[in-house]
Design a protein around this ligand. Structure first.
Ligand code: ZN
Length: 405
C-alpha cells in the first residue's frame, strides 16, 4: 500500500531539516515514510494533493484518561481531591465494559479530528480501551492504573500483569507501561513493589505527581520526606518516568528530577480548571528536563485539542514569568510532537517527519478560516490561532484516518 502526498508545506520538526520546506511530496509505503522531495512520481501510489497545506507531525498527547469523555463539563467548582472522591470515583465504580468502550471511541474520534496521532493513557477496564483503540487504528500507550488507597493494590497489579501477558504482542501500535495513580493513593510498601516490577520488566512508569498543594502535603506525611521528589530518588531510579502535572515543585524537587530519567507531561487546562496552579515549565526547560504536553481527561481538560493546550502552555509561561521570550512558538510545537515521542521512547519512530520514520502526520488548512489570515509567522499561527477543527487530514502508521481534502 503506497500513498503519495503531493504539494506539501512541510514542517517536519526534524533536526537537520529546514524548518519549512515548500512544495515537497511525501511518499509513504506501508507504515513508513520512504521519500521526501519535490516532484515524486509513482504510478502505483494513491495520490492526495494537499495544494500547499501545512503538513506536520501528528500530536502526541502524553497524559489522558481516554474513557473520561463521559465527564465532559459535568462538574465545575471542585478542588482535585473532592472532585475525584465526590464526583468522579463514585461514577467510575459503576461503569460497564460497554461504557468504557463507547466513551473511549468518542475520545479517539475527537483525537483523530483534532490532530492527535498518539496518546498516553491511564485508566482501568484496559481490555475495553484496547479493543476501541484497535478498532479506531490509533497509536496508544496504556496501562491498568495502580493504587492501593483501598487496600486492593495487589488485585490491580495482577490485572496489569494479565494485560501484559495477553496483549504485549497484540498490535504494534498498542504499547504498555506501568501506570501509578500517584504517591498519595499508594504507600511505601506498594510503591516498592510496583517499581521493582517496572524495573524487572523494563517498563516505563506513568504517574500523577505534585498536582496540587494538598497532594504535596499528603506525600510528605505518608513518606516522611521534606519534598516529594525524595520518594522518586529512593524508589524510581533506573526507570523511565512520565510525570503528569508537576505543578507544585520546589527547586529541590527539580534538582532531583534532573538526575532521574524524567519527562514531564504539562496539562495546563486541567491544572487551571481544578485550581491547582501553573507548573514551572520554563524552569524545567532551563534545567534540560524533557517537557511534553497532555490534555488530561476531558472531565478536567475539557477536550483533546492539542492546539488549545499549546496556546495555554505558551501564554501561561510568558505571563507568570513576565517574559515574552519564554516558550517561543516553534519550541512549543516541539513539546507537542518530538518531546512527546522522547517521553515514550519512540523518538526514532514518531514525533517528526523524516525518511524511515513512521507516517504519523496531519495536514492543516491555514487559509480555511479568516481567523488565521494574514499569516505573518506560520509557527505562531499554529500555536495561537489554529484550532483542532482546522485539521483536514490525518494519518497514523501510514493509514489515512481523516480526509477532508
Ligand atoms: Zn490525570
Amino acid at each position: 500500500m503506497k500513498v503519495l502526498l503531493k504539494n506539501c508545506k512541510l514542517i517536519s520538526m526534524q533536526e537537520g531539516r529546514e524548518k519549512i520546506e515548500d512544495n515537497v511530496d511525501i511518499l509513504i509505503e506501508d507504515s513508513y515514510i520512504k521519500n521526501i522531495q519535490k516532484n515524486i512520481t509513482d504510478d502505483e501510489a494513491q495520490k492526495v494533493n494537499l495544494n500547499g497545506k501545512v503538513v506536520m507531525p501528528g500530536f502526541i498527547n502524553t497524559h489522558a484518561h481516554v474513557p473520561m469523555s463521559l465527564f465532559k463539563e459535568s462538574v465545575d467548582g471542585y478542588l482535585l481531591q473532592d472532585w475525584l472522591e465526590k464526583k468522579i470515583w463514585p461514577i467510575e465504580d459503576k461503569l460497564t465494559s460497554d461504557d468504557i468502550y463507547k466513551y473511549s471511541k468518542i475520545t479517539f474520534d475527537e483525537m483523530i479530528n483534532t490532530g492527535t496521532t498518539c496518546i498516553n493513557d491511564q485508566y482501568f477496564n484496559t481490555e475495553d480501551i484496547i479493543k476501541a483503540a484497535n478498532d479506531k487504528k490509533i497509536r496508544i500507550e496504556l496501562t491498568r492504573t495502580l493504587m492501593d488507597s483501598d487496600g486492593n493494590g495487589k488485585q490491580r497489579l495482577d490485572e496489569l500483569k494479565y494485560i501484559l501477558d495477553k496483549y504485549s504482542d497484540y498490535n504494534p501500535n498498542i504499547t504498555f507501561n506501568v501506570g501509578v495513580h500517584g504517591l498519595y493513593t499508594s504507600n511505601e510498601k506498594y510503591i516498592k513493589e510496583v517499581t521493582d516490577f517496572a524495573r524487572k520488566n523494563n517498563l516505563k512508569i506513568h504517574m500523577h505527581f505534585c498536582e496540587n498543594s494538598k497532594e504535596v502535603e499528603d506525600i510528605k506525611r505518608e513518606y516522611k520526606v521534606e519534598y516529594p521528589a525524595q520518594v522518586l530518588e529512593k524508589y524510581f531510579r533506573g526507570i523511565k518516568l512520565i510525570l503528569a502535572h508537576c505543578v507544585k515543585l520546589t527547586d529541590e524537587d527539580i534538582k532531583i528530577l534532573k538526575e532521574l530519567d524524567v519527562s514531564v507531561s504539562h496539562c495546563p487546562v486541567s491544572n487551571l480548571k481544578l485550581g491547582c496552579g501553573v507548573a514551572p515549565v520554563q524552569k524545567l526547560l532551563d534545567n534540560d528536563i524533557n517537557v511534553t504536553l497532555g490534555t488530561d481527561g476531558q472531565g478536567s481538560g475539557s477536550n483533546m485539542d492539542m492546539f488549545e493546550t499549546m496556546k495555554f502552555a505558551a501564554l501561561l509561561q510568558k505571563g507568570i514569568n513576565e517574559n515574552p521570550l519564554n516558550m517561543m512558538a516553534y519550541d512549543v510545537i516541539k513539546l507537542a510532537t518530538i518531546n512527546g515521542a522522547k517521553a515514550l521512547g519512540k523518538e526514532n519512530e514518531i514525533g517528526s517527519i523524516d525518511i524511515n520514520k513512521k507516517a504519523d502526520l496531519i495536514a492543516i488548512d491555514l487559509e480555511s478560516t479568516c481567523v488565521n489570515k494574514p499569516i505573518n509567522d506560520i509557527f505562531s499561527t499554529i500555536v495561537y490561532n489554529v484550532k483542532g477543527i482546522n485539521v483536514q487530514f490525518l494519518m497514523t502508521n501510514g493509514e489515512i484516518l481523516l480526509n477532508k481534502i
